[in-house]
Ligand binder design. Structure first.
Ligand code: PEP
Length: 256
């Protein structure tokens, strides 16, 4: 399938950065990335920094994302954040079903699908994460795991909603380990995911939906990974916490 999709590169800051540190980082990114149009660039700070970061992004080509949200529209859910609260800060994207949330907070495919529907109901674009563990890969279960996660986590999305959804292929063994998937491994998994989307929807949706790769993306591997035909961007953890490394990832990815 021919590539006709704009790159989308998102930084997942996880549970890092005070508000002051977040502001510093975004100021640096804005200076370095002003005018970059070849990729959609998204920063996903912790909830506590969304308010201040959103003010800085008002006159910027960078977009704001959140790292999680509730499946519920609001109400008595102590400690949760609803979509309408994210909208207050002009959040456009929300990461859902990150493997850390699946592993440490018991998030299931069904829950991720409900959250994805709630995100779309609020006109937020979900970045839905899927990916196998090392044990699953070693047992030859990668495709079965991806199929279960993709079908389960996207269940119920309409064709239009699917087109506004980003999928992040994040092999769990590559997250935060310094060991990225090889470009071939990423391509193979992401082509498989695209074929699944074609079966679930149609070829036109599959051709248009963007699939990011995530897992130890760095300036040194961004270009080769992003050159793969089914890799449409990156979800970046550790390397998104510093101006220089995130900017270099974006510049190297664009130069692919
Ligand atoms: C992530 O957590 O989404 C991620 C890809 O992390 P890292 O880049 O640090 O591997």
């Amino acid at each position: 399938m021919e590539k006709e999709r704009k790159l989308i590169i998102a930084g997942n800051w996880k549970m890092h950065k005070t508000v002051a540190e977040a502001v510093d980082l975004v100021r640096g990114l804005k200076l370095e990335l002003a005018g970059v149009k070849e990729a959609d660039i998204v920063v996903c700070p912790p909830f506590t920094a969304l308010c201040e970061v959103s003010k800085l992004l008002l006159d910027s080509n960078l977009r704001l994302g959140a790292q999680n949200m509730s499946e519920h529209p609001g109400g008595a859910y102590t400690g949760e954040i609803a979509a309408f609260m994210l909208k207050e800060f002009s959040v456009r994207y929300v990461i859902l079903g990150h493997s850390e949330r699946r592993a440490y907070h018991g998030e299931t495919d069904a829950l991720v699908a409900r959250k994805a529907l709630a995100a779309h109901a609020a006109a937020l674009k979900p970045i839905v994460c899927v990916g196998e563990t090392l044990e699953q890969r070693d047992r030859g279960e990668t495709e079965a795991v991806l199929e279960r996660q993709v079908r389960g986590s996207l269940a119920g999305l309409t064709r239009e909603q699917m087109l506004e959804t980003i999928i992040a292929y994040e092999p769990v063994w590559a997250i935060g380990t310094g060991r990225n998937a090889t470009p071939d491994q990423a391509q193979e998994a992401q082509a498989f995911i695209r074929r699944l989307i074609s079966q679930m929807y149609d070829e036109s949706v599959a051709r248009r939906v963007r699939i990011q790769y995530g897992g130890s993306v760095k300036p040194s591997n961004a270009r080769e990974l992003m050159s793969q035909p089914d890799v449409d961007g990156a979800l970046v953890g550790g390397a998104s916490l510093e101006v220089r490394s995130f900017v270099d990832i974006i510049k190297n990815a664009i130069a692919r």
